[in-house]
Design a protein around this ligand. Structure first.
Ligand SMILES: [Zn+2]
Length: 280
């Protein structure tokens, strides 16, 4: 996917023309001219980060933003659950995909979002960090199935007052390594808000305090997806983050046909909405 996903620190290189294509239909954010954040940025394509901004401008190069890759945990079958972090500061927005392994569109959309963040540092100006977890359920993704490899729906396995002990939900909350990895991440550093990407309903659902509704409306206005309340499911991440922790959470339901789209089509459809989700 053009991203070095190895453990430890890595940098996404600018993808040149591909990155600069951006969003075609909704171009408001591209009117922003990128300032040079010299303290945290590297000049992509330059052999040395000490090159001056004049040099960068004369070569028509944009600064790129460093992506820090860490491993949040491992799946039942031992696959790493990666965490990609951009920016600096204590506050962060958490965006996750593929907690249901057969909802395929979220992962390539986050790959494309990562490339946008790397090449457009101004997106994060004054906003702290963005943390992406592109595959919460890597075993499910590998097998194209909703559940993890122990047959548990991870989005029913969180510690909530409405948790229901069932075979498909797990005997007890956090019985699965994948849900524990996400839980530990959220407990260790409470995010400012959470976006969880699903399919196939085609709507924007929200849970949590009143500002979650405002965020959902803003994301709807930046896309063609309507705001729709789907109801808090037992043991779901929405119930845990929104109702138990009181943190705004969006359950972003992309339509089923999004699974057939490549990264650029996904970005064209939903890029502005994702940017809105962190800048709101
Ligand atoms: Zn889902």
């Amino acid at each position: 996917m053009g991203i070095d996903a190895s453990e430890g620190s890595s940098t996404i290189d600018s993808q040149n023309a591909l990155l600069n294509q951006g969003i075609h239909r909704r171009t408001s954010m591209h009117k922003i001219v990128a300032p040079l954040f010299l303290m945290v940025l590297l000049f992509s394509g330059c052999s040395s980060a000490s090159k001056s901004s004049t040099d960068a401008a004369s070569h028509n190069l944009k600064p790129s933003l460093r992506m820090m890759t860490t491993i949040s945990g491992y799946s039942v079958e031992g696959r790493p659950i990666e965490r990609w972090s951009f920016g600096t500061g204590d506050e962060y927005v958490l965006i996750i995909a593929s907690i249901h392994g057969d909802e395929a569109a979220g992962t390539p959309l986050l790959h494309r979002f990562a490339r946008h963040l790397a090449a457009n540092p101004e997106t994060l100006e004054g906003l702290g960090r963005v943390v992406l977890v592109p595959q919460v359920n890597p075993d499910g993704v590998a097998d194209k199935r909703r559940h993890n490899s122990q047959g548990v729906d991870l989005n029913r396995n969180f510690p909530t007052s409405n948790f229901q002990s069932r075979q498909r939900h797990g005997d007890e909350p956090l019985s699965q390594p994948e849900s524990r990895a996400l839980y530990d991440l959220i407990q260790r550093e409470k995010p400012r808000r959470v976006i969880s990407i699903h399919q196939p309903v085609g709507c924007i659902d929200y849970d949590g305090p009143e500002r979650a509704r405002g965020l959902a409306i803003a994301m709807s206005e930046a896309s063609d997806l309507p705001v729709q309340k789907l109801g808090a499911r037992p043991g779901s991440l929405g119930s845990y983050v929104g109702l138990e922790l009181g943190i705004p959470i969006i359950t972003l339901e992309l339509p089923s046909q999004a699974s057939r789209w490549g990264e650029e089509r996904l970005w064209d459809e939903y890029g502005e909405m994702l940017i809105t989700s962190i800048q709101f």
